[in-house]
Design a protein around this ligand. Structure first.
Ligand SMILES: C[S@@+](CC[C@H](N)C(=O)[O-])C[C@H]1O[C@@H](n2cnc3c(N)ncnc32)[C@H](O)[C@@H]1O
Length: 221
């Protein structure tokens, strides 16, 4: 795994900020701003995370929080975290988050290079953060380093979703996103911790995805 070049990372961040800010001006508070096709798909993804992890009473850090929709999802289901902190590279999205949830903390940060203040955190979640295909550096390196940083940042667990290379043949393969080999990601996860779960069994939303859970210790059931 080679280190990500910081200049390349800054260039990627600039491109991503422009992409999501343009979408925010066009779609407003809508999952399409975040590149999701509809609310049901976004919530199905959150629901898979909820099936793997209990978030109630936990200190949650949402990396790449977008519009902090994961928080409203948790609240609607009575899974109220002890605290919710969002971090994102996009100041426009973060400004919307702060308006929506003034009781929460939001930080402009890229987990790979910035310290996220306000810890400690029990659980770090990343939804849709590693799917964009990069030309400046390897997606494999990026995803692994994000997971490793997230694991260092939490006291309990990391939950991350990825597009899988085991494609759903009903949906076209897209060039601007990256598909991760589930076996390789599992192998990597086991190099971090023995307490790993992978869900690769849920319906496509609309592409096939997987959800990886890395715990610091054994799960409870
Ligand atoms: C596909 S959107 C998902 C938003 C939110 N997690 C959700 O599921 O609704 C990806 C988000 O990750 C943010 N992002 C991308 N790279 C990031 C990084 N390295 N650190 C923090 N945020 C990042 C983007 O700005 C964007 O808001």
């Amino acid at each position: 795994m080679s280190d990500i070049d910081l200049q390349a990372l800054r260039a990627v961040d600039e491109r991503l900020v422009e992409r999501y800010s343009t979408r925010l001006s066009k779609f407003g508070d809508d999952p399409r701003t975040l590149g999701w096709d509809k609310r049901e798909s976004q919530q199905a993804r959150f629901g898979v995370a909820l099936s793997m992890m209990d978030f109630s009473g936990k200190r949650v850090l949402d990396v790449g929080c977008g519009l902090a929709d994961f928080l409203s999802f948790l609240q609607e289901r009575g899974q109220v975290p002890a605290s919710y902190t969002g971090c994102d590279i996009n100041p426009d999205l973060l400004a919307r988050c702060a308006e929506r949830f003034p009781e929460c903390k939001f930080h402009q940060a890229n987990l790979l290079k910035d310290e996220v203040p306000g810890g400690p955190y029990d659980i770090v979640v990343l939804f849709g953060v590693v799917n964009f295909r990069f030309t400046e550096f390897s997606n494999e390196d990026f995803a692994r380093q994000m997971i490793a940083r997230a694991f260092d940042t939490c006291s309990e667990a990391v939950v991350i979703d990825m597009l899988t290379a085991v494609h759903d043949t009903a949906y076209p393969v897209e060039g601007f996103v990256y598909y991760y080999d589930p076996a390789e990601m599992l192998r990597f996860a086991f190099s971090v911790t023995p307490h790993v779960a992978l869900r690769h069994d849920y319906a496509s939303i609309p592409q096939r995805e997987m959800m990886l859970l890395l715990r610091k210790g054994p799960g409870h059931d």
